[in-house]
Ligand binder design. Sequence first.
Ligand code: WTA
Length: 650
Amino acid sequence: MSQIKSVLKEDRRFEPSDEFRKLARIGDFETYARMYKESIDDPEGFFGRIADELPWIEPYSKVLDWSDKPYAKWFVDGKINACSVCVDQHASGPRRDKTAILWEGEPGDLRRYSYAELQVEVSRFANALKARGVKKGDRVAIYMPMIPELAFAVLGCARIGAIHSVIFGGFSAHSIRDRVEDGGCSAVITADGGWRRGKVLPLKAVVDEAIAGIDSVHTVFTVRRAENTVPWQDGRDVWMHELLAEVDDDCPPERMDSEDTLFLLYTSGSTGKPKGIRHTTGGYMVGTYLTTRIVFDLREEDVFWCTADVGWITGHSYIIYGPLANGATVCMYEGAPNQPHAGRFWEFVEKHGVSVLYTAPTAIRSFMSWGDEHVTKFDRSSLRLLGTVGEPINPEAWMWYHRTVGEERCPIVDTWWQTETGSILITPLPGAVATKPGCATVPFFGVDALVVDEEGNEVPDGAGGLLAIRKPWPSMLRGIWGDDARYEETYWSKFDGRYYFPGDGARRDEDGYIWIMGRVDDVLNVSGHLLSTMEIESALVSHPSIVEAAVVPRPHELTGEAICAFCTIGPGFQSGDELVAQLKEHVAKEIGKLARPADIRFAEALPKTRSGKIMRRLLRDIAAGREIEGDTTTLEDYSVVARLLGDEKA
Ligand code: WTA
């Protein structure tokens, strides 16, 4: 990766308008540069001042303790409750009647909650959890559709100090099971079903399949949403509406230590087993609070819409914790962007007067393919700022977003970060930093970002290298649940503990801007979601017909990357369309629809190194129909590749 050649040539540059600058929280580059320098020279002073804007129950004694590297402690000894930061401070002040959550269901139902109402809903949820014995430190899995109750569940856990582990509603029973077991969850919060593309997803039934035989789960809280019939286990399962009818409105927030775990969120790693990324309370709240305010240039009257699912980190940080900590009005939408028509998002923007929109390149590419008329038909004059996250955005998609959606009026913040980083680390500040299509631009406050070679030496400007981060930041992960060794190995061993290694390639240009070049390992990025090749391969191999499988990405104009699987089949099985269809279904069931391969190809054997490792690099070239590049001398048997290439031409 350190040898990666940059083929992207992009000279366009967009300055924020004077009008935008004038009202912006940070309106010129010099102010950004001065504050950035302060944050690097004196992180404790800088972040201490930011932290003081949050309602602490008890003050911290020290801003940062980095003595137990790589385990940071931020705001040492401070006591704080994340739910109080998001809800109580606003419910008892002038934002009492301001809309906190504005929600639309896929069928078109609408609900709004003011901060005062949110406080009641969240407190009742928290009391319902308590009524079934859920307490501080317990892990609670949440598998829900994008409905307001998902936010209540997350915040309700935070209120009583239970650790939430949200599992994306598109994951299969198998994936839920792994996560519930790994986290040792004692309860699950789900719903009967949720609406997606005009159909009901039977969430409760999937949970039942997932947790069959797992004794640690004593309660399945079930929210009624789609009114579909559900399987039921008496004693274990409870209807949330029945329980809520019995509990009271008042639930005092638990006094949490700044370093108490707030949540786990599982992310795929290159070695298959998902990692339970652990985030704590004080630092995470400071990071999400500050980035929401500065990167999205938040104003009191903004209507903020992050279109991610709460099942991903983007939804945790920029639907729930960051915006609510700022007392913003946030939007939530349950369903698909093209249900019932391809203009659904833009209709939503018009109807609710969305002013800040944060979405993903994969969604942007879909909108492009559906046609401009679905966008331009609706009034987008309320929009003033656009954002993107999840993968590198191609310059042409950026330009389309800029012209067609933003009418050349709205700055675009291309924000780079990860589940592990908790909040945005590299991004333009919209009133201060000129943007370039496809470029995440400059490091955020406190982020000491470098582009280095394999040895950790900084590479010259313009050269590709590995992204590395030198200093701890408040919202950084504190580890992997139950696996310190893997935390140290994955993120800190690459540069002998000197830098955090995010696993991405990057390049710094002549203006000092950072361009992200994608993952350096084998993880797939489908529609902005990282999937482990290993997990998909394991799912394929779990099918009786498959002996061995290798999964690689090939470029895809809509989803970013499409999954291409090379499989060798066992004796007695017949390759062909029928098996292809079966295998695709099988993967969808094992892992989730997202992981369903686009192509499945059968091979007599897979190319391997002499030590037996599959050489995915070669398969990537074959899958994309490219010439095979690079060294093939480590290959055990070249005829394997020759046969695959022959097959390509046939
Ligand atoms: C990629 C999502 C380029 C990157 C918040 C990172 C990006 C991974 C960008 C994390 C961006 C995210 N430009 N690449 N603006 N944003 N990525 O954990 O490879 O789902 O390491 O967190 O997505 O994905 P995750």
